[in-house]
Design a protein. Sequence first.
Length: 167
Amino acid sequence: MSILSIKPYTDTFVDTNFATPLLLGMEFSTKIIALENELEQLENIHVQNDWSFDLGLVKSYLVGRKKAIVLTDTNQHITWTSRGFVRMTGYSYCEAFNKRPTFLQGPKTLDSTRVKIRESLSKQQPFEGSIVNYRKSGSVYACNVTIIPILNTSKKLVNYIALEEEN
């Protein structure tokens, strides 16, 4: 004998006389899978570009609501972002792809910070500091950012990686 129930707000009948999977704790496993997928993506990029960069430095930026990773090519065009970037900025990966991270800046972004970033990257040196950016909604947020030039094993610049944490 089958028990039928009506789904809320529809006229559809659902057969509830079947075994359902245990869902307790599933919301936690999706976070672990997402972390593993992002780390796996970065590992693939690491191999493809022959990085001499330790991915251990970025793992902590793949978790947490206020952390993000942005990867760019040598011309500073975005090639990859973590899910944290989407949470932090409101921009999807597709909206950010091939744009320069400067698209997040605006009137309250200090010119002195922009100059320091430009100077550091032109010398292929890391930049560490705080920057004011803008979300897709237009709201302002500040974040601590570390931008690291990534060299391959032949010592050639191949990418930049920005590790961001919202204040």
